[in-house]
Write a protein that binds this ligand. Sequence first.
Ligand code: DC
Length: 339
Amino acid sequence: MNIVAIRGAITTENTKEAMLEASQELLEAILTANQIDKKDIIQITFTCTKDLDAVYPAVAARNLGVTEAALMCMQEMYVKGSLEKCIRIAVLCQSEALVQQTVCHQYLKGAKKLRPDLGRFTLAIDGPAGAGKSTIAKCLAQNLRCTYIDTGAMYRTVGLFCIQNNIDYTNEDAVNSVLSQIGIDIIYEDNAQKIYLNGVDVSTAIRTQEVAAAASKVATYKEVREALVDMQRKLAATKSVVMDGRDIGTVVLPQATLKIFLTASAEERANRRLLEYEAKGMEVAYDVLLKEIQERDDQDANREVSPLKKADDGIEIDTTSLSIEEIIERIAHLLQERL
Ligand code: DC
């Protein structure tokens, strides 16, 4: 027999009936989802937020026939801004079938937001260069405790390979012929995406204007896109992700839970890029950046394969005069509605 611990939470009103009903629903959900017999429960700890005081939730467990297990009710530590009227549960039990990695935690009603990573979702963020995609996607992934996938970095890595190996990246056949030599690995270190090209960390090397221009060109090639889209889908297949790029909502993840299309005026985006380069100690003229952004917009939006465009069911957000916090809040809210 293995000993496993299963967590859950649910929101409720502060009446005896509502609290007992919610506690029962939560406990039954845990038992059913994990195929646990009541007699295998060793201990249950319930906590309530300080605004719930109508009844002890353990009464619901006893009513359900959990008679042998040790039950405890406590008050959840109060943290400013935390979810209100919430009952939490930790069930310790023995099981032949379960191991800790396979238990199914249950977060119900308003408590779903406590563990968004358990309800799998995919959030697609598309838009032109400099619209704020990566900053916003990174923050959202951190807040939602899920994986951030920067697909532009993959196209940049193909571009970098061409530059490093003197492959004419404007020649589609030449790029196609070396595709099999390009090994891309995405690794997560301290929650940040690192990208490796044939075993070498190129996360910084891909962030140059030269590589951006090469990426924009190779991203127009069908074979390059097919190879990278396949990789991107595999990365998103088993976990919740925030993925940013140009074709995530339209091609890579057409079933995404939420599709956002971020825009901003070309002038505003050039300004943002200028600040980014300045912060890195790189000197670039505003006019050069503006021209490059306009050229990349043109190339990304007018290419034949998977051009940059808003998905029919995508939601457009113009970020020109919004703060990062405002945009994040708006997207998180929209995602919450979908979940
Ligand atoms: O977002 P970025 O600047 O790192 O992207 C580099 C280039 O790759 C950009 O010009 C467009 C292209 N790209 C694409 O075509 N599809 C994606 N999903 C991501 C990026």
